[in-house]
Design a protein around this ligand. Sequence first.
Ligand code: 13P
Ligand code: SF4
Length: 331
Amino acid sequence: MTDQPYRPQVPAPQVEQLIQLRPLLDEEFVLSEIDRLRRERRAVILAHNYQRPEVQRTADFVGDSLGLARQAARTDAEVIVFAGVHFMAETAAVLNPDKVVLLPDFRAGCSLADTITAQGVRDWKAQHPDGLVAVYVNTTADVKAEADYCVTSGNAVQIIESLPKDVPILFAPDRFLAAHVARQTGRELHIWEGACHVHEAIRPDDVRAQQAEHPGAELLVHPECGCSTGVLAHHPDLQLYSTEGMVHRAQASNADTFIVVTELGMVTRLEKEVPGKTFVPVARTACCEYMKMITLENIYESLRDLSGQVSVSEDIRERALRPIERMLAVG
Ligand code: 13P
Ligand code: SF4
């Protein structure tokens, strides 16, 4: 017997395992198909401010979490395509049990929402049985179902301010937003130690580097930012803004250059709404890969096949509705 080199017995790979056979779709075709299907299906496309520029351009409405939830609550469309992340589509599904809600890519999750579970909230409540639970909108529907109030970055301060002073408040899951709310309201909160990986990674040094390059630029800082405490030490009067709040601030301000301290998709929205002013992303790395999973191609496919339907069980839906409606009523 000849001494042959050892070769593992691996079946030959199928050609489709080696090559991605799906051809790239022509953008003009995709855009015209999205428009045709949107009309045929009586659909509306809602996009978050962090979406890709081309997705923002094709959406019927672009906004922050609160604005998108409001649009979802009032739309008479039969199909809602959510160009955002899973918890946003779920909120739309809670508000619209009779509509089809589509999320074009189910991998579009949220690292912040993943820091808390319904069981986690139940255990926490058991430690503070007389407390009220306020959860950020960046949570799953079953977490919202355990809460008394739901808040967004646009109305968290107002909602917490309105709660009775003698009741402990459990605030979850973002610890930086919680710190901001505690500062603004002067209330002591029980805080869940969650954070968003994108915002947490923005450091005071990133802000300082951009300030050195753009002296006199105004800061637009989102309260989810890990850097905010460090930045506030140098700018104690600094206001923090939800993504939509940044648009209003940039419109009202006399400044002509802004350092945008949040996910970099926000720059697209600001440039559209406030033409003539300059918006500098705080860091090119401040990019939410979950938000960017939504593309023109998967919006088209989702509308074509009605794929990616998001639903919430009736029991969870009924319990999550009350905190969501309280959120919609404020701000
Ligand atoms: P906004 O509610 O300010 O749009 O923020 C949502 C979000 O996911 C921030 O990371
Ligand atoms: Fe979630 Fe952070 Fe992405 Fe917002 S930026 S969707 S909080 S992971």
